[in-house]
Design a protein. Structure first.
Length: 117
């Protein structure tokens, strides 16, 4: 159970986030949530990395996506964490300005065919 003094302290801290240095409230101002901060970071990262070449590890991941493997299967095949596989796929999609794994698979197959010619 939470004590009333703990609740009062939490309320005071939340209220302080909405007050200026002189104590007046600023109605139009609000604190960003963790999710909003993360989304801003990811958008900035996306914009900075768009168009960069896909590195060798990402090529391996792209090949496994093209072969139809799930994130879990890719992680097992490469002996990495599933979250790492997801991150690799996200980075590849960002670099190539794609939104789906199908686009990534089609791109990889096209790249493989052009190399084999």
């Amino acid at each position: 159970m939470t004590s009333s003094s703990s609740l009062a302290r939490t309320a005071a801290m939340a209220s302080a986030c909405w007050r200026g240095s002189s104590g007046e409230t600023r109605p139009g101002r609000r604190v960003r949530t963790r999710r909003e901060t993360r989304v801003r970071h990811l958008r900035r990262h996306r914009d900075e990395n768009r168009g960069e070449p896909v590195d060798s590890r990402e090529q391996q991941v792209a090949e496994l996506v093209a072969d139809g493997l799930s994130n879990k299967d890719i992680a097992a095949q490469l002996m990495i964490a599933q979250r790492t596989a997801e991150a690799h796929i996200g980075h590849i999609l960002t670099k190539l300005d794609f939104t789906t794994r199908v686009q990534l698979a089609a791109w990889f197959i096209e790249q493989r065919e052009s190399r084999d010619r």
